[in-house]
Design a protein around this ligand. Structure first.
Ligand code: NAD
Length: 466
C-alpha cells in the first residue's frame, strides 16, 4: 500500500525551535484508518438516534472539561496568542448544536401524481467522510465539519495539517474518552502525500476540504478518480467598506482586529482590503494606524499578547517577498510595518503589522491572498464604486460594511459577492449561520441546517400500492 508514515519535526513559530515530533500518516495508515472508520460507522448507525445525540453531547461536555488544555495545544500548534485561542469553545458550541440534529426527523413524504403510492424522501449518511483541515483552524473545522458529519451518521477520518497536529490529535483522544465507538473519529496528521492518499481512497464517501485554492485544485483532481464529492472552504481577499456615516472609532478597531491583527492576518476571514469613503479617508486612516500600531507583539503564551508570529520560515519569506514586490511595483504607499521583527523575537517568524495606503486594486497586493499581517487601504467615492472595487477579485468569502444607515447596509449586503456579509460586525462564525464562499472561495456551506445537509445524501423511496 505504499510508503509508511514518517516522523515530522514540528517547529514552534514563536521560537523557530522544535516543539516535538509527530508521526505522519502515509497511505498505509490512511488505509487502516478508513477501514476502521467504515466498521465504526456501521456501529454508529446501529445505535438509536437518542444514543447518538447523547454521545455527541457527552463529547461536547468532555471538550468543555478540556478547554484550557485544547487552547494551550492550539498555541503549541501555530503560536496563536492564547488571548485569541478560543477555537475550542467554538468546537464545543458546534458539537452541542449538531447533537440536536441527531434525533430530529430527517425526511419527508410527498404525494406523487396520479396514484396512492407512498413516496418517502430520506437522508442518509455518506459512510466515511474525509475532513482535511488547514493549519490555522483544526478545531474550528472539527466543529464545523466533524460535528455535522457525525450527527448525520457518518464516521470521519480527520486529517490535520502536519504544521498544526496537536490540538486535533487530542480531540481524537477525547472522542474515545467520551465513549464514541473506536475508529468513528480517527485523526491522521499527514502531509500532501497522506492527504492525497485519503482523497483517492475508494472507501471515502465525501470530502470536506478547507485550505488554499492551489491545494483545492489538486484535491478536486484526485477526487475525480472515484468521483468523490467535495466541499471546498477556501481563501479570501475580503473587502471592508468604511462609509462616512460609520462610527469611525469602532470601525477602526474592528478593521484592525479583523485585518492585520487577526491571527497575524492568517485567517480566511481576514479583511485584507479596507475601502474607505473619500470624506473620511484621512481621519479613518489615522485612527486605524493607531489601533494597528498599538498591537502587543510577543510571546503567544502571555495573555497580554495580541499579535504573534506567522506559521513558518517559508511563510515569512513569502509574505516579505509580497511586501517588497508591492513597494517595488508601486502598488501603494507603505504606511506602517513591512519588516521582519528582530531583537528578542528574531528567532521566531514575526513580521510587523503592515499597512499600505492608496492601493491599486488591480495590483497583486490587492488581488492575491497574502495570508500574513498585510492590509491594503484604498479610497472610494460612492456606493457604486465601493461595490465595483469590492467585487473585483476572484474571491468571495466575506465582506464587511461599516455604516449607521440601515438602508445602505441592506443595499450593500445584496450587492456584495460574498458568502457572508457582516455589517458593523466581526466575522463571528457561529454554528447557526451557514458559512462558505462565492466564486473561488469555495463551494458548500458549514453551519446551520445547510451545513448538516452537506453530509447527507438523499434517497427517494416509492412504495407502489395496489
Ligand atoms: P493548504 O491548502 O496548504 O493545506 C490545507 C490542507 O491540505 C492541509 O492539511 C494540507 O496538509 C493538505 N494538503 C496539502 N496537499 C494536499 C493534497 N495534494 N491532497 C490532500 N491534502 C493536501 O492550506 P493551509 O496553508 O493549511 O491553510 C491556509 C489556507 O486555508 C488559506 O488559503 C486560508 O484562507 C484557507 N482557510 C479557509 C477557511 C474557510 O473556512 N474558508 C478556513 C481556514 C483557512
Amino acid at each position: 500500500m505504499g510508503r509508511r508514515g514518517v516522523i515530522f519535526d514540528h517547529i514552534y513559530p514563536a521560537t523557530g525551535k522544535s516543539n516535538g515530533t509527530v508521526m505522519l500518516a502515509g497511505p498505509t495508515e490512511i488505509d487502516t484508518a478508513v477501514r476502521a472508520a467504515a466498521k465504526a460507522q456501521r456501529e454508529w448507525t446501529a445505535l438509536t438516534a437518542d444514543r447518538r445525540r447523547d454521545l455527541l453531547i457527552d463529547l461536547a461536555d468532555v471538550v468543555h472539561e478540556h478547554l484550557d488544555e485544547l487552547a494551550k495545544l492550539n498555541v503549541a500548534d501555530y503560536a496563536v496568542p492564547i488571548s485569541f485561542a478560543s477555537n475550542a469553545i467554538l468546537l464545543e458550541r458546534f458539537l452541542r448544536h449538531f447533537a440536536g440534529y441527531a434525533d430530529k426527523p430527517n425526511g419527508a413524504s410527498t404525494p406523487v401524481n396520479g396514484s396512492f403510492d407512498i413516496n418517502l424522501i430520506e437522508r442518509e449518511p455518506y459512510g466515511v467522510v474525509a475532513v482535511i483541515t488547514p493549519w490555522n483552524g483544526a478545531l474550528v473545522v472539527a466543529g464545523s465539519c466533524v460535528a455535522p458529519a457525525l450527527a448525520a451518521g457518518n464516521a470521519v477520518v480527520l486529517k490535520p495539517s502536519e504544521l498544526a497536529p496537536f490540538a486535533a490529535l487530542r480531540f481524537g483522544e477525547l472522542c474515545v474518552e467520551a465513549g464514541l465507538p473506536e475508529g468513528l473519529v480517527t485523526v491522521v496528521p499527514a502531509d500532501a502525500e497522506g492527504g492525497d492518499a485519503l482523497v483517492r481512497h475508494p472507501g471515502i464517501g465525501k470530502i470536506a476540504f478547507t485550505g488554499g485554492g492551489a491545494t483545492a485544485r489538486k484535491v478536486l483532481h484526485s477526487a475525480a478518480t472515484n468521483l468523490t464529492p467535495v466541499i471546498t472552504e477556501l481563501g479570501g481577499k475580503s473587502a471592508n467598506l468604511i462609509f462616512a456615516d460609520a462610527d469611525l472609532d469602532r470601525a477602526a478597531t474592528l478593521s484592525a482586529h479583523q485585518g492585520p491583527l487577526m491571527q497575524s492576518g492568517q485567517s480566511c476571514a481576514c479583511a485584507s482590503r479596507v475601502l474607505v469613503q473619500d470624506a473620511v479617508y484621512d481621519e479613518f486612516l489615522q485612527k486605524f494606524l493607531g489601533v494597528v500600531g498599538a498591537a502587543r507583539i510577543g510571546d503567544p503564551t502571555d495573555p497580554a499578547t495580541t499579535f504573534g508570529p506567522v506559521i513558518s520560515q517559508a511563510a515569512a519569506d513569502r509574505i516579505l517577498a509580497a511586501i517588497d514586490a508591492a513597494v517595488t511595483h508601486g502598488a501603494g504607499e507603505l504606511l506602517l510595518g513591512g519588516k521582519r521583527i528582530g531583537g528578542e523575537l528574531a528567532n521566531g517568524y514575526y513580521i510587523e503589522p503592515t499597512v499600505f495606503g492608496g492601493v491599486d486594486n488591480s495590483s497583486d497586493l490587492a488581488q492575491l491572498e497574502t495570508f500574513g499581517p498585510v492590509v491594503s487601504v484604498m479610497r472610494f467615492g460612492d456606493e457604486d464604486e465601493a461595490v465595483q472595487i469590492a467585487n473585483d477579485t476572484p474571491y468571495g468569502l466575506n465582506a464587511f460594511v461599516q455604516t449607521t444607515d440601515l438602508n445602505r447596509a441592506h443595499r450593500m449586503a445584496r450587492r456584495l459577492e460574498a458568502g457572508s456579509v457582516w455589517i458593523n460586525q466581526f466575522s463571528d462564525i457561529s454554528p447557526q449561520g451557514p458559512y462558505g464562499g462565492y466564486k473561488q472561495s469555495g463551494s458548500g456551506r458549514t453551519g446551520g441546517v445547510e451545513g448538516l445537509r452537506e453530509f447527507q445524501q438523499v434517497k427517494n423511496i416509492r412504495i407502489g400500492l395496489t
